[in-house]
Design a protein. Structure first.
Length: 297
């Protein structure tokens, strides 16, 4: 099979139609260039170059072979450039897990920044609750997780990525819908849609601690996992809810949002999590160029 170097020699001669100029272009002398062409012709079993004392021209076979020779060399050079970009993290794939709530709070900014700074890194997104993400990270099925704290799995590193406020979501016809601001005490005795203590433990514990701190005792009428489900139930008139501020971007019909006082500033935290021994170069570049801590906290 012919070599890339012989193809390059043929392309140079075919484009220059002069052995001297082709040899100079390739930084070699004419005799080895002529031998390369002869060996290529021998390997192909056809004459590619017409030689005379006054002119060099392509045979019909040479003219037909030139476009293919150019494509083969270009593909080989492109493959070499591509494979060199992988260890640098310029090219590759990062598998990212995310919770439903993080889709609105974090993903739009993350995806846009990644497109701008690492356009050739492919992000594969998988919606999963935090516990499932931790298991997938430990098993090597995910490179990065967007999770709720706390994470205490050995070998999994985490750091804060995003903070936001809690806001009240009420049915539009609720008796408190016309109040400008709510206090956490206003939830006392009210029907409240609560987060699941198993699949949404972070939010469950956050709300319980907030209510306990002021002595409020809501009536929990339903337990759910996802924020969008909670807003559907609020719209149905089932009760009130406390949701992350980013949920307001959903603009659900029949639901009004109110600021809530007596809750510490931006209590809702989201972390990024990754395996300390993950060898994926694209993950390292993503953490450095797309998710630097100084830009996200």
């Amino acid at each position: 099979m012919f070599s890339l170097s012989r193809l390059s020699c043929f392309i140079a001669v075919a484009e220059e139609l002069h052995f001297g100029r082709a040899a100079e272009r390739l930084h070699m002398t004419q005799p080895p260039l002529s031998r390369q062409i002869q060996q290529l012709e021998h390997e192909l079993g056809v004459q590619l170059i017409e030689r005379s004392s006054r002119a060099v021209s392509l045979t019909a076979a040479g003219a037909a072979f030139l476009p293919d020779a150019r494509r083969i060399v270009a593909l080989a050079e492109g493959a070499a450039l591509t494979v060199r970009r992988v260890p640098a993290g310029d090219l590759g794939t990062v598998n990212i897990g995310f919770t439903g709530a993080s889709a609105r709070a974090v993903l739009p900014r993350l995806m846009q920044t990644a497109r701008e700074r690492l356009p050739d890194v492919r992000l594969v997104l998988r919606e999963m609750v935090t516990a499932a993400q931790v298991e997938a990270l430990a098993a090597g099925d995910l490179d990065l997780g967007i999770v709720r704290p706390p994470i205490s799995r050995p070998g999994i590193h985490t750091r804060a990525l995003h903070h936001e406020r809690l806001v009240a979501a009420l049915p539009a016809d609720h008796e408190l819908a016309g109040v400008e601001h709510l206090a956490i005490e206003d939830f006392d005795g009210q029907p409240v849609i609560m987060y699941s203590p198993t699949d949404a433990r972070y939010f469950n514990e956050l709300l319980i601690s907030s209510f306990t701190a002021v002595g409020a005792s809501p009536r929990y009428v339903q337990y759910v996992t996802q924020v969008h489900t909670m807003l559907v139930l609020v719209h149905s008139g089932l009760g009130m809810a406390l949701v992350p501020e980013s949920a307001m971007t959903m603009h659900p019909d029949g639901v009004v949002f109110k600021e809530v006082t007596a809750i510490r500033d931006r209590p809702v935290q989201m972390n990024v999590a990754w395996r300390a021994d993950n060898p994926n170069p694209a993950l390292a570049r993503l953490m450095r160029d797309v998710l630097p801590e100084r830009e996200w906290i």
